[in-house]
Design a protein around this ligand. Sequence first.
Ligand SMILES: [Zn+2]
Length: 286
Amino acid sequence: MHKRHLHKIIILTAIILITLFGAYNEKINPHFSERIDFTDGLFYSCHLDVGQGDCSVVKLPDNRIIMIDTGLEDTFSKTEIFLKKNGIDKIDYLVASHPHSDHIGSMAKIVKNFEVGEIYMPKATSNTVLYENLLLAIKEKGLKIKTAAAGVSMISENGLTAYFAAPSVIDNDDHNNCSSILLIKYKNTGFLYTGDSEEKEEKTVTADISADVLKVAHHGSRTSNSDKFLDKVNPKYAVISCGADNSYGHPHYEVLKKLKDRNCKIFRTDETGTVIIKSNGEKILE
Ligand SMILES: [Zn+2]
């Protein structure tokens, strides 16, 4: 074969492969870039790939940042890279869903290394070193913890609200069910963040929690995500944050089936890495 023809074939093959790979990435995760555009005035809900843990970073249309959970202690560098890459040096609202290490593991480091506006935590207490270090970091920073509890409003502005639908009961022997459940509404779109709340806590929620996007509770565990709760939320999109091949078997088959039966589009951090979902206030953008 003529050398020039061979070159053409190689280049053409490369173009086809790059296009196919791009289309594949688009298919598995339409928000593959992991970048926030701070100039487009959109609402972003970013669910970071922190393995078997939870960490959501929300960029509000005016560029303020809400961070709900921070992942495990040893994934701090991943979280830090995401925040720095996106030029985030201040967390305006830092929320701990509950004191377990897969949610607050990196929170002391976040408090130490970033400017923090307000911090919200449920009134649950823990005697783990991680939790005590977090309290110490908060104290050293001169921050005062605000209580995340059912009925507490974090943001109440024209077209933008964030309020806690749970917890209403604190049991320090059952931290999953002390999880803060936070509903953020931007105009006509809603996002619900559930920590590790299980069916027991789901039953206590009386507020309107209907939302377009659900951060699925407890990494997709069957002990959470009851039919009644999912019916109340009625989400169009579900984000599951969990580690690949985790020992808990999360997300559980039953939960995936419930979501699929409800025509819910599912994004998983273990399959696609960080998941980013955007809203212009009227609808969720894909
Ligand atoms: Zn968890």
